[in-house]
Ligand binder design. Structure first.
Ligand SMILES: *Cc1c(COP(=O)(O)O)cnc(C)c1O
Length: 364
């Protein structure tokens, strides 16, 4: 059977290996496996969320509230925005899909960083758009502007803090770049790790409300999958001025968020203290990775997120190292598909991190 030929240009997204797969492939008991591959919160979500989800477990027969009033009210209050400046997706991934499908088409141009979140390219290629990338690994705003001025892309992605490198873009630099961009170019600011950046260095964080108050062409993305510990519930959001949100709604499937997920995300917002504790813990444990890297003479990228990227010396092949670790039940992310000889490791609990240091000690 032949398919839409643009699919030939798309590489299927490879997610971090799930624990179940390692159990089956290597015969390791599930409780012996440590997954530090997908930047999930190792403490999960607030206990209040679990309680709330249990309390509505009998409500699975009816379709969810498609107006999402509870979650939209909570998010609107958090960011001091109007409900029509907000759209909820099954993960912020789905909002990326909405945005690209709403704005781009065959022949459109989409500009992004040389190394960044892989799904931008996948969704852009689905509509036959061309991908433009900077050369530098960090978000270099001068380079972004030069490419912008030359190609006038339809969409620009700014991922800050960036995945899979963990570095953060100076908010002032980002804002002065956006100021120079034409209002018909959609600038998507992916803030999946914004809670971490805000904690470590507020100069690397943006306030979504301020962003959309200033710019009619910006879409800010946030998610419950990382700091809020709800990766399994699939809830993310987009914040923009009403005309952008209205366009995105036209490509949204109805009932895209489940009843349980809507409840979980709403209640997660009521326990900010839990999230802040997890973030503080994250940066304490990250110091141990920095010390480990220093002791080993390995380059570590200064991280504003909940993961660290270790650039390995040439003689240590990142795919091989990741494979060796996998055999021992430690799942990390090999970054060779991004053109980097590096591994990305989510900062886990103290004992998960101990296990990482113990296993890598002889390998690195
Ligand atoms: C994890 C991540 C997302 C999407 O996460 P969802 O689970 O789909 O909300 C988006 N952007 C970046 C940079 C990420 O790391």
């Amino acid at each position: 059977m032949t398919f839409n030929s643009t699919l030939d240009t798309i590489k299927t997204y490879e997610a971090g290996k799930p624990i179940e797969l390692v159990v089956r492939e290597y015969g390791i008991a599930p409780d012996q496996i440590v997954k530090l591959a997908s930047n999930e919160n190792p403490f999960g979500c607030s206990p209040k969320v679990k309680e709330a989800v249990r309390a509505i477990i009998d409500n699975m027969a009816l379709y969810p509230d498609d107006s999402m009033v509870k979650l939209k009210t909570a998010l609107s209050a958090k960011y001091a925005i109007a409900p029509n400046e907000l759209i909820i997706g099954a993960g912020s991934d789905q909002v990326i899909e909405f945005a690209i499908h709403a704005k781009a088409h065959e022949g459109s141009k989409v500009l992004m960083n040389s190394v960044t979140f892989a799904m931008y390219e996948v969704y852009a290629k689905q509509v036959g758009a061309h991908i433009l990338r900077t050369a530098s690994r960090e978000h270099d705003m001068e380079e972004f502007y030069a490419l912008y001025a030359e190609h006038k892309p339809d969409i620009v992605f700014l991922c800050t803090p960036n995945n899979p490198t963990g570095d953060g873009l100076d908010a002032e630099k980002m804002l002065s770049f956006i100021e120079k961009v034409d209002s018909d170019t959609l600038v998507i600011v992916d803030g999946a790790y914004m809670e971490y950046a805000r904690f470590k260095d507020p100069s690397k964080a943006v306030d979504p409300r301020e962003l959309i108050a200033r710019f009619e062409n910006v879409l800010f993305l946030g998610t419950f999958s990382k700091a809020y510990g709800l990766g399994g519930m699939r809830v993310g959001y987009g914040i923009a001025q009403a005309p952008i949100i209205k366009a995105l709604y036209k490509v949204r499937p109805p009932f895209n968020i489940t009843t349980l997920s809507l409840e979980a995300a709403s209640v997660a917002l009521e326990d900010e203290a839990f999230v802040q504790e997890c973030i503080a813990y994250n940066f304490e444990e990250m110091k141990r990775y920095e010390a480990f890297a220093a002791a080993k003479g390995i380059n570590i990228i200064d991280s504003y997120t909940n993961f660290v990227t270790l650039s390995l010396p040439e003689e240590k092949n990142s795919s091989k190292i990741a494979q060796e670790l996998l055999k021992k039940g430690m799942i990390v992310r090999d970054l060779s598909s991004y053109g980097l000889n590096a591994i990305r490791v989510t900062v886990g609990t103290a004992s998960q991190n101990d296990r990482f240091f113990e296993l890598t000690n002889s390998l690195l």
